[in-house]
Ligand binder design. Sequence first.
Ligand SMILES: C[S@@+](CC[C@H](N)C(=O)[O-])C[C@H]1O[C@@H](n2cnc3c(N)ncnc32)[C@H](O)[C@@H]1O
Length: 291
Amino acid sequence: MGVGDVATSGLSLYRAAKTLAGVARYPLSLRPVIAFQHRRLEVDPTFRERWASCLRSVSQRISPRDEMYFGTLRPYFAVGLSGLECVEEAMDAAGIRSVERVLDLPSGHGRVLRFLVARFPDARFTACDLNRDGVRFCADTFGARAIVSRPDIDALMLDESFDLIWCGSLVTHLDGSAVDSLLRFFHRHLTPSGLLVFSTHGEQASRNLRDGKLFRYGLDRDTAERVLRSYATSGFGYADYAASAPGYGVSFTAPAWIRNTLAQLGGWREVYFGERRWDGHHDIFGVVRAA
Ligand SMILES: C[S@@+](CC[C@H](N)C(=O)[O-])C[C@H]1O[C@@H](n2cnc3c(N)ncnc32)[C@H](O)[C@@H]1O
């Protein structure tokens, strides 16, 4: 057994201990329902053919406080698996075969992270989010390192760098200057040639907003029209969810706006773009740290 094997088995033991500690917090009432739904997914032809191995090994534990879980396993797992597919396609495009250190920011309660862990069992994961309960759950359940984020991303500094960063649905909630800060943060925390995969609200989402779909993304009619006018003229539209909580809302970003922002920040090379790639809704960019 070499040094690498010792490190890997140490990590597995650490994960196992964390998992046992976390089981106590997993409510008994959810377990049979989720186990039943999980068994149905395993015989569902769509899921079985494409994702059999991931489904066998993925954790079935779902936090009752997961804001992304609406009581049915199928759509929750479909979004998680679709996130994994986005990451794998971007990795292929970047020519990356394996990963050692992975950051999921924002992790939430691990909707996508659980599949990344199942797919890359030897990697070391960090879950970062403002949601304290979410990152604690990710640590307990998936053995991830838990980091509570800061509302101001410029104030967030981690003591390690990553060869893969997954950012599902945060750019979609930030204003323009916070998007810049987030991309700068990712650049600072990627290894040379490391890969960032992030999601955005592009053309499809702006069409949804125009057509009043998805509850107008939480915006009233006037605000939605203002956001759409801005998107049409500049490629970027944003509004806070609430005037009392500025800085967090919903953004719409044309692919050209994202590319222009990356070019202005510098040090990025786009390797992948998938329109509506994440669950038929969010666009996905894969960019590597170029300098
Ligand atoms: C729509 S959820 C997506 C969560 C997760 N990626 C998923 O797909 O289930 C957006 C997440 O962004 C987190 N968030 C908002 N501002 C943040 C910040 N400054 N740093 C880290 N996470 C943040 C929220 O707490 C929330 O969990």
